[in-house]
Ligand binder design. Structure first.
Ligand code: GLC
Length: 743
């Protein structure tokens, strides 16, 4: 009875004023804060990984459960499932103040149903589909007792040697910002207090994707202008979309580790942007400031991180071991601790966890969301839209029924692959072999009795054996059509997976050469988490389809495209280099004093003497089974003032034989500025559907806000002058028109 009374008293404190009025969330937070000891406050700033799965260097700690009981843990990660989260929550409620735990998890592109990797989804340029993908992921993982996903990863990346390009939205700030917004809204749904929603987390703050040499965890050094122009916009969009939390990054930025960087976390995020959520460190990044040579020891690291605005320490134990002492010694003010704890408690209140710590622990809901067929069909839709057609000499689409006996040979290490379709940051479930659709199964389900399917692996993903070539060539010789699958295994791109060579691993290129040399119609499918270099295939195969890692429904989505049930519409969110030597290469570069306009310009734009200027495939590139023709650009105003706007109109016509979608892209160039401006900047896009023969007028409205940039004083300004506007189906094949912004 006493226990119940205590619980009611404590809960009552949390919810009602002395006059019996319902407290605001801030009042409820303060009512808890007032009761907390310094040790309990520090406990809320401490996040542990469960010993069940590790996404970083694991340090086993057998006192973990005791510490939860003692109120020394505010959050856990990698603890999922209603049963496990309920058990841990029950432990937390044995603590003096019964403050519930937050459970966080890396749900980057799906939980039970795995969606295409984020870079693939970015290729869809379909914000509704991307939002829906995050919505479903949130529905599934919140049913598993989880409150918080460490996503979206919004790091702009221009270097495909960096393994984590798979996790983001590519190289462009505008596209990346649109996608950050879509993902935050998808994860957080109609408010992260709803039990089908989770808190989202914008990561990794900041500029983690600019690591020198594309080597993960490496240093980042850039002007604040570059930081604001290129790397911060998606974070600002996430903050504007109401993202609940941020996660900082492993890298040092201009000499100061992000985890200890008060410019980023206090001046910018919590100051200028007025961010009210909390910041969690990345795994161990507080303690890693010792390795950076920024902190002498964990004591100093804890001081620097807390004072710089890192509210929660993931797995380094620096806070739980040193913050109490630091406060007592005056090295960290109590106001710093109180601010961090307020931010964390506020989210727990907003998630409804104080009212009901078990509201996400619902076995029926967990069961209902575990095999939701609607999720599988949504994953198939998302996967279809993520596929990019790079080349097609007419061999695609394939006929479903050829009307006469035919043989299709499926060759390559991914033809029957299952879990490799899931990509990095995914989850393995016992029934995956039945749930994940392989390419072979997808093709099988599309074709009828007149089609004989052959299969030959040909080679492994990443070894030197060519023992399988003969069988593969034999299968190819019997086939009318060959579908060749090559690419990366799911763990070859992702965290700590930077590669100096981004070619096809093993002997896959050799296998491809042998198969293409048969002269048969070969369709090459490339399954990867990043842009790869595959010039022989690109130049010699009749058709090339970039299928990324498409998730649980990969095989069916690929077959939908191969057999024409879906006309591919994907556009590359990253530039594909000709070779590693071209990196970094991206579309929004500066002109320089010697802009090269062709490969013959040698004394220009630092062109290589041994390599073309141009990438293999430009940003925004992707083909369709049909063709689209763009009219000249019409401008409603060729000159306009800052108070006016201009409408940019093009007519797009489907001039081919298939209905299809086109991503109409709009870029601008500011010809002259007080700082040099990129030769192109994406400022708008529309994904339109056109029946064959149909034309549509597409109108973009440009205002002065589309022309703003950061000047050398970090002011976000616009400047009068001449501009060029470009519209087209990729960043290179465009129509253009000039306009002038008046003073
Ligand atoms: C990892 C990643 C981060 C992830 C965290 C928890 O090291 O850098 O993206 O959310 O640790 O798994």
């Amino acid at each position: 009875m006493m226990k119940k009374l205590l619980l009611l008293t404590v809960v009552g404190l949390y919810t009602l004023t002395s006059h019996g009025q319902k407290k605001t969330v801030d009042q409820r937070v303060d009512s808890v804060l007032r009761l907390m000891t310094l040790e309990e406050k520090v406990g809320q700033m401490n996040q542990y990984n469960g010993p069940w799965a590790a996404t970083g260097p694991l340090t086993n700690d057998d006192k973990l459960l005791d510490q939860i009981r003692e109120g020394k843990v505010g959050s856990m990660l990698n603890a999922t499932g209603v049963a496990r989260t309920r058990e841990l929550q029950q432990l937390a409620l044995q603590s003096r103040l019964k403050i519930p735990l937050l459970f966080g998890q890396d749900v980057i592109h799906g939980y039970r149903t795995i969606f295409p990797i984020p870079l693939a989804e970015a290729a869809s340029w379909d914000m509704d589909a991307i939002r829906q993908s995050a919505r479903i992921a949130a529905t599934e993982v919140s049913a598993a007792g989880v409150h918080w996903t460490f996503a979206p990863m919004v790091d702009i990346a221009r270097d495909p040697r960096w393994g984590r390009v798979m996790e983001g939205a590519g190289e462009d700030p505008y596209l990346g910002s649109m996608i950050a917004t879509a993902r935050v809204k998808g994860f957080q749904g109609n408010g992260y207090g709803k039990t089908d929603a989770v808190m989202a987390c914008a990561k990794h703050f900041a500029a983690y994707g600019a690591a020198v040499g594309g080597r993960d965890y490496n240093s980042v050094d850039m002007s604040l202008r570059q930081l604001h122009e290129v790397y911060l916009p998606p974070f600002k969009s996430a903050a504007d979309a109401g993202v609940a939390t941020f996660m900082n990054s492993f890298n040092d930025l201009n000499g100061i580790p992000a985890t200890g960087n008060s410019y980023l976390q206090r001046d910018l995020l919590k100051g200028q942007w007025k961010f009210k959520g909390f910041v969690v460190s990345d795994w161990g990044s507080v303690g890693e400031m010792i390795n950076h040579g920024f902190s002498k020891d964990n004591y100093e690291a804890a001081m620097q991180a807390a004072n710089a605005g890192s509210d929660m320490d993931m797995e380094s134990r620096s806070y739980i071991q040193h913050l109490v002492k630091l406060v007592k010694e005056g090295k960290v003010k109590m106001t710093v601790i109180d601010d961090a704890v307020r931010r964390i408690l506020k989210k727990k209140f907003e998630m409804g966890l104080f009212d009901d710590p078990f509201r996400y622990c619902n076995e029926e809901r967990e069961k209902a969301q575990w095999n939701n067929p609607a999720h599988l069909s949504a994953a198939r839709e998302m996967a279809k839209k993520s596929i990019v057609l790079l080349k097609n000499n007419g061999v695609l689409p394939l006929a479903k029924n050829s009307g006469a006996p035919r043989t299709i040979a499926l060759i390559g290490p991914f033809a029957r692959a299952k879990s490799d379709n899931l990509g990095f940051w995914s989850y393995d479930w016992p029934d995956d072999s039945a749930r994940i659709i392989s390419v072979f199964e997808g093709v099988q389900r599309k074709t009828g009795p007149d089609t004989r399917l052959l299969y030959a692996k040909g080679c492994n993903v990443n070894d030197t054996s060519t023992a399988g070539f003969a069988e593969a060539i034999a299968a190819a010789s019997q086939a009318d059509i060959i579908i060749l699958t090559v690419g990366e295994a799911r763990d070859m791109t992702g965290e700590a997976k930077s590669r100096s060579s981004i070619r096809l691993p093993g002997v896959q290129e050799e296998l491809a050469k042998a198969i293409i040399a048969t002269g048969k119609p070969v369709v090459v499918l490339i399954s990867a988490g990043r842009p790869l270099v595959f010039n022989h295939i690109a130049d010699n195969a009749p058709a090339v389809v970039y299928t990324w890692w498409l998730g649980t429904q990969a095989g069916d989505a690929i077959a939908d495209v191969l057999f024409g049930d879906y006309n591919p519409s994907g556009k590359l969110p990253m530039t594909f280099p000709l070779t590693e030597g071209q990196i970094p290469i991206y579309y929004n570069y500066y002109s320089t004093g010697r802009p090269a306009t062709s490969d013959s310009d040698r004394f220009y734009r630092s062109a290589y003497t041994d390599l073309s200027l141009y990438p293999k495939y430009p940003f925004g590139f992707g083909k369709s089974y049909t063709t689209f023709e763009y009219s000249d650009i019409q401008l409603s105003k060729k000159t306009f003032s800052a108070k006016e706007k201009t409408d940019v109109t093009v007519t797009v016509k489907n001039t081919g034989n298939y209905d299809g979608e086109e991503v109409v892209q709009l870029y601008i160039r500011d010809i002259t500025g007080s700082v040099v401006r990129p030769v192109k900047e994406l400022k708008g896009f529309r994904k339109i559907w056109l029946a064959k023969g149909e034309s549509k007028e597409v109108v973009f409205t440009l205002s002065v806000d589309d022309l703003r940039f950061y000047n050398d004083k970090l002011q976000y300004i616009y400047e009068p002058g001449d501009f060029v506007v470009y519209v087209g189906g990729n960043s290179r094949e465009v129509k253009e028109a000039g306009f002038t912004l008046l003073k």
